[in-house]
Every structure is written in structure tokens, then in C-alpha cells.
Design a protein around this ligand. Structure first.
Ligand code: NAD
Length: 376
């Protein structure tokens, strides 16, 4: 029992920082974390009909998008805040940054506030693996990895440890990104092949993973690059006006998505008519829909990232934090002896607060203070 499970006060919110998540990964090991996440994801996808689902709420701007991703079952509610700003790296910022909340449906108590930037990379790779385990040829050993930015190591190591991928064919328009990926993967048993183009990377691959960031209708994978039996794991086309696959690639084999109402707007299938056939992954997992039907078939997982994956990731990380005693308390909600006496949380009687002489207009009070510098 630790602060994550204490019940001697009405509200206990725990906090997991990126350092805490790193500590969980270091303690458990990356392969174990991926295996645990895939297992958690699969268990939750198999409960698909128990969830109150909605496509994410997106706020688009010239440079990117900010999204809220809520979901709930009868017991647990979660949401994620996440952005996608492909130009951010030029400003020294990540393309994708995220945090989220896991709350108790019964009371509304936020049980966990967590970083989700690292966790999103872990859950996205775990979701890709879950899809590939259902759709790719089991003898797949070579993967093209196109887009060698923040998500790429996670994809590489998830496929290496969970799918038996032995060789990675790497391509990024930014050679420094590929060099970074190769440095980070040095010392693993993966064979790393630096390629000169997306077509070069796709040559001889069993699986093609695209995880690029560009706010444009890109056609990184064209039909001439796709061979019979390939599985395409399209991760970066996840927003209106942002694709990676040529429309004709989507005609080369069945297309699988997470949640069709969201994927039709955000995924590579946004290019297709509204009645273009797609199969939701949970149906393949529970056996109610067919996945791959032959070794020669091309399969496409058009991933955009769905709220259920963050629900699973938050659930998994909370369980790990509880088991390992990692994390810290977050004094997020006022502690009240009388729950109707919220005013007491201001820490002074009304007479004192109301009688307080005005010092200066609010803007002048905060300007120049250390707090304001942090907030600016
Ligand atoms: N489907 C999901 O669940 C999910 C989850 C997380 C991120 N994403 C998406 O994955 C993408 C990558 O995210 P990231 O955090 O790694 O971003 P990042 O900016 O760190 O890396 C993206 C890389 O793509 C490269 N790139 C851009 N255009 C390219 C092209 N035409 N060919 C080859 N490489 C190209 C860039 O040079 C960069 O190195 C983003 O689009 C993001 O929105 C999807």
C-alpha cells in the first residue's frame, strides 16, 4: 500500500512525471513494458462495447493541432491532452507532447495525473505491435522504418522485442534524425541499414512503418513500393490534411483502423469516399472479422491513435506505479474537513479576505514576480 492506494482521505491524486515513467521502464525493462502494454491494450480492445467512445476533439491551427481524447467504461474515465506540431522541432520543441488523467467514475475523483509524452510513444508502438501480431505475416523479419524522429526508437524496439524483427531499413529526409536513431539503437542485435529514399527502405521489407510528421497530403508510400505479403503500419497520417500513403496503396489490401468515425476524418482513409471499406481492429482481435487471409495479401493498419489506447496506457502505468511504489502525491483538489465548506480552502476568514486593502491592479501585482515569469 502506498499513496497511490491510500484511502484515509477523500481525495488522493497521484502524479507520474516523465522521470517516474522512465523509472518504471528502467525497473521493468522495455521488452516487459511493451509486452505488458500489448496485453493491457488487447484486454481493453476485447471489451470494446463496454466503452463510451467518441472521436477526439481537435482544435486545428496553421502550425498544428491540439486534441482532447476522452473515454470511459463503467469504472474508469480517462482523457489525454495531446498536440501535433510538425514544425516544433525547429523551435527546440517536440512535435508531440501529452499529459492525461485517470479518474474514478463513481466519484469523479482524479486518481492519476500523468505525463503522456513518453507513454504515448510506448502505447503507440505497442498498438502497432498488437495490430501487426494480428495482421502481419508471422515470419516478418525485416521492417522499413520511414521517419526517424521521436517515435522511431519505440517502434523499432517494440517490433524487435515483440515481433522478432531483426533488420531495420531506415529513411528520413533529415539525415541527422537517422543518425540519432542509429546511435540510440547501437548495441542492440538489430541490423540497421541506412537507406537513400523511402523506396530504397521499402525494398525487401516485410513490414513498412511510416512515422513521419508533415502537415501535408504526402504520398510517402506509392504502389510501386508495395510487394505481396507486406504489412503497412501507417502511424504518421493522423490528422485532416496529413497523410503518408498514396490512395492507391489503400486499394492494395484490406485496411484496418482503430475507430472508424475518427479514422475516416484523420487517417490515410480520409482520402477515400465515406463508404470505403475499413475493418476496426477490435473485430479482428475478437475473431468477428477476418484479418490476413493469405501470405501474399497486403494488409494496412491506418493508425491515428485512439483514446482507448491512452486509457490502457494510463491503466498499465498506474498498476506499475502502485506495484513499484513509484510516483508522488499531487495536491490537486482542496482538502476539506467539511465537503460543503470549500471557502475554508482559501485559508482565511471572509472578514480578513474581504477587508484586505487592494494593493494594485492584478496585472501590476503579478508583473515582475517570479511566479509571473514562470507563467509568462
Ligand atoms: N498514430 C498514432 O497513434 C500516433 C502517435 C504518436 C505520433 N503520431 C504521429 O507520428 C508522427 C511522428 O511523430 P514524432 O513524434 O516521431 O515526430 P518527429 O517530428 O519527432 O519525427 C518525425 C520525423 O519525420 C521526418 N519526415 C518528415 N517528412 C518526411 C518524409 N517525407 N520522408 C521521411 N521522413 C520524413 C522528419 O524529418 C522527422 O525526423 C507525427 O505525425 C505524429 O503526429 C501518431
Amino acid at each position: 500500500m502506498n499513496f497511490l492506494t491510500q484511502t484515509n482521505a477523500p481525495v488522493h491524486t497521484a502524479f507520474l512525471s516523465p522521470q517516474h515513467v522512465a523509472e518504471i521502464v528502467q525497473t521493468r525493462g522495455l521488452a516487459q513494458v511493451f509486452a505488458g502494454m500489448v496485453e493491457t491494450l488487447r484486454a481493453d480492445f476485447l471489451r470494446w462495447n463496454e466503452f463510451d467512445k467518441t472521436a477526439r476533439v481537435a482544435s486545428h491551427s496553421a502550425n498544428g493541432v491540439i486534441e482532447l481524447m476522452p473515454i470511459a467504461d463503467a469504472k474508469t474515465y480517462t482523457f489525454k491532452y495531446v498536440n501535433g506540431h510538425p514544425g516544433n522541432t525547429l523551435r527546440g520543441l517536440s512535435t508531440v507532447m501529452a499529459f492525461g488523467v485517470l479518474a474514478d467514475v463513481d466519484t469523479g475523483v482524479p486518481l492519476l495525473v500523468s505525463e503522456l509524452t513518453l507513454t504515448t510513444a510506448l502505447r503507440t508502438a505497442a498498438t502497432s505491435v498488437m495490430a501487426a501480431q494480428a495482421l502481419a505475416r508471422p515470419d516478418s523479419r525485416v521492417m522499413a522504418l520511414i521517419g526517424n524522429g521521436s517515435q522511431s526508437e519505440f517502434q523499432a524496439l517494440a517490433f524487435h522485442t515483440q515481433m522478432g524483427i531483426e533488420e531495420l531499413r531506415l529513411y528520413d529526409i533529415d539525415e541527422a534524425a537517422t543518425a540519432k536513431l542509429m546511435r540510440n539503437l547501437a548495441g542492440t542485435s538489430l541490423r540497421l541499414v541506412k537507406c537513400s529514399s523511402a523506396a530504397d527502405a521499402a525494398r525487401g521489407a516485410d513490414i513498412i512503418t511510416t512515422v513521419t510528421a508533415d502537415k501535408t497530403l504526402a504520398t510517402i508510400i506509392t504502389p510501386d513500393m508495395v510487394r505481396p505479403g507486406m504489412h503497412i503500419n501507417g502511424v504518421g497520417g493522423d490528422c485532416p490534411g496529413k497523410t503518408e500513403l498514396h490512395a492507391d496503396v489503400l486499394h492494395m489490401g484490406p485496411v484496418f483502423v482503430e475507430y472508424a468515425p475518427q479514422s475516416r476524418v484523420e487517417g490515410d482513409v480520409q482520402q477515400m469516399p465515406g463508404d470505403f471499406p475499413v475493418t476496426e481492429l477490435w473485430q479482428v482481435l475478437n475473431g468477428s472479422a477476418t484479418g490476413r487471409t493469405s501470405d501474399a495479401q497486403v494488409t494496412v493498419f491506418d493508425s491515428v491513435g485512439f483514446a482507448l489506447e491512452d486509457y490502457s496506457a494510463l491503466r498499465f502505468m498506474r498498476e506499475q506505479a502502485i506495484a513499484l511504489g513509484i510516483g508522488e502525491p499531487l495536491p490537486l483538489i482542496p482538502v476539506l474537513a467539511d465537503p460543503k465548506n470549500l471557502f475554508s480552502a482559501l485559508g482565511a476568514p471572509a472578514s480578513a479576505l474581504a477587508a484586505h486593502p487592494p494593493v494594485a491592479p492584478m496585472t501590476q501585482v503579478t508583473q515582475g514576480t517570479q511566479a509571473a515569469e514562470h507563467l509568462a
